[in-house]
Ligand binder design. Structure first.
Ligand code: ADP
Length: 490
C-alpha cells in the first residue's frame, strides 16, 4: 500500500497531508509561520521559515501516520502563488526575504506601466493586468534595491523562483531548478500562448534570462528528495494553489468551474485548449493538466471570509466564524441591509481601488443579526458578480458550482449562494482540495493514479439547490448593485 504526500505551502501556514489512492486524508500536520510587515502595505516571509516549516510538517505527518519515506509513492507541491524569492545559485542562500503576493511596494511602478500604455501588450502575452500582485515587478525591485544583486544576476549567479521552485531546489539539494506552467503563468514574464518566457517582457522588467527556472507540466517527475524524512521520494506534481484546487475538484473539462471561499474568493473556470479573452476584468491564466496545460479564466474577490473575521475581531458581534451561520438564521432576511466589504477597494469585475466599505439600508429596526446576515450575503453577491462576468466572457450559462475553502462550511452561505446564482452548489467531502489537487498530479505522474480514478473519488458531501423565487432573486441583486454604486461614490 502506497500513499501520496502533499505539501500545501500557503500564505499563513504550511500543511502536509498524506492521501491514499481514493483521495482520503490519512493524516495532516500544519505549521504557521511569521508574517513580516516592514512598512504599511509591504508583506514578506522568511524563505528559511517556509523551508523549515515544510520539512517539519512533512516529518510530523509521516510520524503521525506511522509511515516512512518507503510508503510514499510521490510528493506533490502546491503553493501560494506569485510570491517571489531570489537566491544564490551556489549556496542556495536567499538575497532578500520572499516578497509576498499581497505586497504593494511596486504599485507605483505598475501604475506607470498602465499610464505608459503597456496594459494591452502585457495582457495579450500573459493574460494578466499590470499589477504589483504578480512576480515580475517584485524581481525587479530586488535587483534594483539589494546591493550588488543586479550585477550578480547579470553574471548568472542568482536564481529566481516562486515558492514551488525554491522548495524544489532546496528539497533536491540544488539539483532541480524548475517550475510548472501554472506558477510560471503568474509571474507576468511568461507568454501563455507560446508557453515560453517572453524576451520582450524580460527586457521591460529588466530580468536576466539566466535567473529563470525551466518550465514543466504540472504532472511530471521533477526530481528526487535528497535528504530528511522524505529522502529518496520523487516530487511528481507542482501547481499554484488555485489551479491545484481546480484540479482537486476534478474540473478537467472545458466549462468546469469552482469557487474557493477563503480569506478572499477565487473563481476559476477551465476553458480547455482555448484562452478566453476577458472583456469583464477577469484574468486568463494556465491551469494544471496532464501534459500541456489548459487555459483558465480567473476572477478574485479581495474580502470573502475576511468579512467574517471583521465581524468577529473588528465589530465583535460574533465569537467565532462558524457562529455567523446561527446568527444569520435568527432573522428571515437582512431587512434591506446591504454590506459592501470594499475594505481594500473592489476587485473583479469592478477594479475600483478607491471604493470603500459601505453599510446601507439601516433603520431603527436593524439589529446585529441583520448585519451578520448582510455580511455573509455580501460574499455570495460578490461571487455572483464574478460568475456573471465569467458567463459573459465564456458565453455559457453555469449550471453547477463546485466549492471549497474555510467559509464553504457555512450552510447558510452555500444555500444563499445557490439561491442568488439560481444554480446548484456542490460541496465535496474533502474540502482540502488544494492539497488533494497536488496529490492527484503527483499520483498521475508516478503512475499511481489515473484521471478516471480521480473522477470516481469525487465525493460530494452536500448539494445546495436554488429555493428562491426569481422575482426575489432579482430584487435582492438590484439592491446589492445599488449598494455597490454607493460604495463607489467619490
Ligand atoms: P485561507 O486559506 O485564505 O487562510 P481558509 O480556507 O482557511 O482561508 O478559510 C478561512 C476563512 O474562512 C476565514 O476568513 C474565516 O473567517 C472564514 N470562515 C471559516 N469558517 C467559517 C464559517 N463557518 N462561516 C463563515 N466563514 C468562515
Amino acid at each position: 500500500m502506497k500513499f501520496i504526500l502533499a505539501i500545501d505551502q500557503g500564505t499563513t501556514s504550511t500543511r502536509a497531508i498524506i492521501f491514499d489512492g481514493e483521495g482520503r486524508i490519512i493524516s495532516k500536520a500544519q505549521r504557521e509561520f511569521r508574517q513580516i510587515y516592514p512598512f504599511p502595505g509591504w508583506v514578506e516571509h522568511s524563505p528559511h521559515d517556509i523551508l523549515s516549516g515544510s520539512l517539519s510538517a512533512a516529518a510530523e505527518v509521516l510520524k503521525r501516520a506511522d509511515l516512512s519515506a518507503a510508503d510514499i509513492a510521490a510528493v506533490g507541491i502546491t503553493n501560494q502563488r506569485e510570491t517571489t524569492i531570489v537566491w544564490n545559485r551556489r549556496t542556495g542562500e536567499p538575497v532578500y526575504n520572499a516578497i509576498v503576493w499581497q505586497c504593494r511596494r511596486t504599485a507605483d511602478f505598475c501604475k506607470k506601466l498602465v499610464s505608459d500604455g503597456f496594459s494591452e501588450r502585457i495582457y495579450n502575452k500573459t493574460g494578466l493586468v499590470p499589477d504589483a500582485y504578480f512576480s515580475a515587478t517584485k524581481i525587479k525591485w530586488i535587483l534594483d534595491n539589494v546591493s550588488g544583486a543586479r550585477e550578480r544576476a547579470e553574471r548568472g549567479e542568482l536564481c529566481f523562483g516562486t515558492v514551488d521552485t525554491y522548495l524544489l531546489w532546496q528539497l533536491t539539494g540544488g539539483k532541480v531548478f524548475a517550475t510548472d506552467y501554472t506558477n510560471a503563468s503568474r509571474t507576468m514574464l511568461f507568454n501563455i500562448h507560446t508557453l515560453k518566457w517572453d524576451e520582450e517582457l524580460l527586457r521591460l522588467f529588466d530580468v536576466p534570462q539566466s535567473m529563470l527556472p525551466e518550465v514543466m507540466p504540472s504532472a511530471h517527475e521533477f526530481g528526487i528528495i535528497a535528504d530528511g524524512a522524505l529522502k529518496g521520494v520523487p516530487v511528481c506534481g507542482v501547481a499554484g494553489d488555485q489551479q491545484a484546487a481546480l484540479f482537486g475538484q476534478a474540473c478537467f473539462a472545458a466549462g468546469d468551474i469552482k469557487n474557493t471561499y477563503g480569506t478572499g474568493c477565487f473563481l476559476l473556470m477551465n476553458t480547455g485548449d482555448k484562452p478566453v479573452k476577458s472583456q469583464n476584468g477577469l484574468v486568463t491564466t494556465l491551469g494544471a493538466a496532464v501534459g500541456k496545460p489548459c487555459y483558465v479564466l480567473e476572477g478574485s474577490v479581495f474580502v470573502g471570509g475576511a468579512v467574517v473575521q471583521w465581524l468577529r475581531d473588528g465589530l465583535r458581534i460574533i465569537r467565532t466564524a462558524s457562529a455567523s451561520e446561527r446568527a444569520a438564521k435568527r432573522v428571515p432576511s437582512s431587512g434591506g441591509v446591504y454590506l459592501v466589504p470594499a475594505f481594500t477597494g473592489l476587485g473583479a469585475p469592478y477594479w475600483d481601488a478607491e471604493a470603500r466599505g459601505t453599510l446601507t439600508g439601516v433603520t431603527r429596526g436593524t439589529n446585529r443579526y441583520h448585519i451578520v446576515r448582510a455580511a455573509l450575503e455580501s460574499i455570495a453577491y460578490q461571487v455572483s458578480d464574478l460568475v456573471t462576468a465569467m458567463e459573459k466572457d465564456a458565453g455559457i450559462k453555469i449550471s453547477a458550482l463546485a466549492v471549497d475553502g474555510g467559509a464553504s462550511a457555512n450552510n447558510f452561505l452555500m444555500q444563499f449562494q445557490s439561491d442568488i446564482l439560481n444554480c446548484a452548489v456542490m460541496r465535496p467531502k474533502v474540502v482540502e482540495t488544494t492539497a488533494l489537487g497536488a496529490a492527484y498530479l503527483a499520483g498521475i505522474a508516478c503512475g499511481f493514479l489515473g484521471e478516471e480514478q480521480i473522477r470516481k473519488n469525487r465525493a460530494v458531501q452536500r448539494v445546495f439547490r436554488p429555493q428562491s423565487s426569481e422575482s426575489l432573486r432579482l430584487e435582492l441583486l438590484e439592491g446589492w448593485h445599488s449598494a455597490v454604486a454607493k460604495a463607489r461614490l467619490k
